[in-house]
Design a protein around this ligand. Structure first.
Ligand SMILES: Cc1cc2nc3c(=O)[nH]c(=O)nc-3n(C[C@H](O)[C@H](O)[C@H](O)COP(=O)(O)OP(=O)(O)OC[C@H]3O[C@@H](n4cnc5c(N)ncnc54)[C@H](O)[C@@H]3O)c2cc1C
Length: 341
């Protein structure tokens, strides 16, 4: 296991914000994991797992603790049952599946990051999400200090949610993920923006490779490439509504969308209505084409990001009464420094 000291979190995340992490341990084998957690417990250090860093925000104070950097590699395919080590690049797996004619993850093309993080927020896009094909994951359980298997029912998947980013945040280190894919293709009706693109450009190939191409083109037009522009993708989640809330929102004339996964208002609409689209707030650019995306143009610090976030969330709340929820997860310095009597 390689180990490093005093590494800027900004260098490990696509938002490129965050102070120094005291220790970074590179996990290349399963056996590195208990060793890394034992080291952290010996010094009462908090821990945080980073895979690709595309959904993680560092704070300016950094982490007086240990970052476990997931670098577990390997992959097998048993007739569409793919078992993938957590450190494989997600989009390489989508590419492989599409080449093989497997359906189930083609609409999740070009989502940055590694496989181990995908179940954490149940990655989703254009009408598919990971839960649709997830079979199980193997993980190191820091509570029992054992390797275990997490079945789909254990994960409590919902929109951008699982036990990994809610009730059991930080408890498991996922080492591999098993997906069940089938040969075939997605069925219409597709997601609105895909249908519009298909109509505008007369697309007829809806095979996994065809959908991958459509999604790739739509995303390239709307979303910043993390290699060129620092962001975490969508910074805010969409607002999901129960039937009563949905009724009230419609009475007020808000654009409520009803889909397979419930009723929602796209948070981009609120941001746009408040006049933030394309604006630069404390060095954070509200992306003009996809206003849910905040780009760190010159903010540099978490303090500036927090100011920009505060301005957006409080303005939306004052005008519409909804509090936008942040999607990326923050690294919080939780070290117990003791108490004085
Ligand atoms: C330009 C852009 C576009 C994006 N588009 C989408 C999109 O369309 N849909 C979508 O859902 N997301 C999207 N995202 C968000 C992001 O790509 C996904 O959340 C992705 O799964 C993050 O992977 P990662 O490896 O970079 O995660 P990281 O940021 O490294 O980790 C994310 C979370 O998972 C935890 N974690 C990571 N690895 C493990 C592991 N092995 N075991 C246990 N916990 C782990 C981390 O501790 C952290 O809390 C986008 C991001 C960007 C920058």
């Amino acid at each position: 296991m390689k180990s490093y000291e005093n590494i800027f979190i900004s260098s490990l995340t696509t938002m490129r914000i965050g102070g120094i992490a005291r220790h970074v341990l590179e996990i290349e084998n399963d056996k590195d994991i208990p060793e890394a957690y034992d080291f952290a417990s010996a010094y009462w250090y908090p821990t945080y797992i980073i895979s690709g860093g595309a959904n993680t925000i560092g704070r300016d104070e950094g982490l007086d603790g240990v970052i476990l950097l997931n670098r577990l590699r390997g992959f097998s395919d048993n007739d569409g049952t793919l078992t993938i080590m957590a450190g494989e690049n997600w989009d390489n797996i989508v590419d492989y599946a599409c080449e093989k004619g497997y359906t189930g993850i083609e609409a999740l093309s070009r989502i940055p990051g590694l496989v181990g993080a995908a179940p954490a927020q149940n990655i989703g896009a254009y009408g598919q999400d990971l839960s649709g094909v997830f079979k199980s994951a193997t993980a190191y359980d820091t509570a029992s200090r054992k390797f275990i298997t997490l079945e789909k029912k254990d994960m409590q998947f919902a929109y951008r949610k699982s036990i990994m980013n809610t009730t059991m945040k930080g408890r498991f280190f996922i080492t591999s993920v098993t997906l069940e894919l089938k040969k075939g293709e997605m069925q219409r009706p597709f997601y609105n923006s895909m249908e519009k693109y298909i109509e505008d450009y007369g697309c007829t190939d809806f095979s996994p490779k065809g959908i991958r191409e459509i999604v790739t083109t739509i995303r390239a037009d709307k979303l910043p490439d993390p290699k060129e522009k620092a962001s975490s993708g969508s910074f805010f989640k969409n607002v999901y509504l129960d039937p009563i809330e949905s009724e009230k929102a419609m009475e007020k004339g808000y654009p409520v969308h009803h889909g397979k996964d419930g009723s929602k208002i796209n948070s981009a609409w609120f941001i746009e209505q408040c006049g933030f689209k394309g604006q630069l707030l404390y060095g954070m650019r509200v992306n003009a084409k996809a206003p849910l995306v905040l780009i760190n143009e010159s903010a540099g610090t978490y303090a500036n990001l927090a100011r920009a976030r505060g301005q957006i969330t409080s303005t939306v709340y004052d005008k519409f009464g909804y509090w936008l929820e942040q999607e990326p997860i923050e690294i919080i310095n939780t070290k117990n420094r003791g108490a004085r009597l």
